[in-house]
Design a binder for this molecule. Structure first.
Ligand code: FE2
Length: 361
């Protein structure tokens, strides 16, 4: 297995947001992430406030700038709320950084120690698409509540059954998908797992292409989308315009009981894309035998897809900001390792309905 930077897992996903306190409440009450740790004025941090949130093995970090000259303030001005950092835990941040840069990654931060009374982590960072970065963190022996500079600030949430991050999708500019696929292959040693093209993914109005990059253990998966020239504006075009360039499109959260997780999220007020009822009339013919009652799937709006290995259940939230940018997917895998190719058409038609309502189609 090729893993040249000895990547272990996604340590956390950091969002730069306009109001981290309110975002923390939203992810706690809406998505069931418990608050774990805090860093800000009370911990001696004068420039930024951050809340570390966790559910299962999925960790989100919500950060807001305290001053207008902070880099995060400019990021929010350009992009709105969005994903800044998909942080990887690696064996050795020095080795990972040196190897990533040698393989062509553009450096953001040289390896350095971050220290507090609980110990130290070693941290570096490299660029990926848009203004997004990958921190490379090695945290041998660090035993604080999250990372150095954070204090424990636990507020338990009503858990929604989210277990881990399944995949994180990037939207890149037209003609750049291959470039970024090569980047993940060359820098991180990922292989090309699945390729979709506009024959798989197209509707009356739009098309897109996607390459799914993954490490060999499938522990980290990074589909990359680019818009394909369509007759009107695709959802990828809408994202690129609203976000002001390339960036993370959606974070997929894995659960093992989608009926229960999605019921809870909907009770919490999280809104999801709906497909027409005709989707469920055609479902038994398309998918065959499944354990979940179709009527319950229809009521919740959960989609189903199948490949040779099994099936998956999935559903997509509406964007979680006012700009039509980042959204979440909830996914349950029952053997299937795909990404719901069979749902793309129904899904995109539903997205376009929303896009038309926003006057962006
Ligand atoms: Fe996805």
């Amino acid at each position: 297995m090729e893993n040249p930077i000895k990547l272990k897992r996604v340590h956390h996903v950091e969002f730069w947001v306009g109001n981290a306190r309110q975002a923390a409440y939203f992810y706690r009450k809406g998505f069931g992430f418990s608050q774990v740790a805090y860093s800000g004025l009370e911990t001696g941090q004068r420039k930024r406030t951050s809340y570390a949130m966790s559910q299962g093995k999925a960790n989100l970090l919500l950060t807001t700038p305290l001053t207008p000259d902070d880099e995060a303030a400019e990021h929010i001005r350009r992009h709105g709320d969005g994903v800044r950092d998909i942080a990887f835990e690696v064996d050795d941040a020095d080795q990972a950084f040196a190897e990533a840069v040698r393989r062509g990654a553009k450096p953001v931060a040289e390896p350095h120690d971050e220290v507090d009374e609980h110990g130290a982590i070693r941290r570096a960072a490299v660029h990926t698409y848009g203004d997004t970065i990958h921190s490379l963190i090695s945290c041998k022996g660090y035993d604080g509540p999250f990372m150095p500079g954070f204090m424990a600030a636990p507020i338990a949430a009503d858990d929604c059954g989210i277990l881990r991050i399944d995949h994180i999708v990037g939207n890149v500019e037209e003609g750049k998908m291959q470039y970024w696929a090569d980047y993940y292959a060359n820098v991180f040693g990922f292989h090309r797992y699945i390729t979709f093209d506009d024959k798989d993914i197209s509707t009356e109005y739009s098309a897109l292409m996607s390459i799914v990059m993954s490490d060999d253990s499938h522990s980290v998966q990074f589909p990359i989308n680019e818009p394909a020239p369509g007759r009107k504006r695709s959802q990828i075009d809408e994202y690129l315009e609203a976000y002001g360039g390339a960036g993370a499109q959606h974070v997929a959260l894995r659960c093992n009981d989608a009926l229960s997780t999605v019921s809870k999220l909907q009770r919490n007020g999280i809104n999801f894309l709906r497909v027409p009822d005709s989707y469920y009339e055609a479902l038994p013919m398309r998918i065959g035998e499944i354990e979940e009652p179709v009527e319950q799937l229809r009521r919740l709006g959960i989609l189903v897809d199948r490949d040779e290995e099994g099936y998956l259940l999935q559903i997509f939230s509406n964007p979680v900001e006012d700009r039509p940018t980042v959204f979440f997917e909830i996914i349950q895998r029952k053997g299937c390792r795909g990404f719901g190719k069979g749902n793309f058409k129904a899904l995109f038609e539903s997205i376009e309905l929303e896009q038309a309502r926003r006057g962006n189609l």
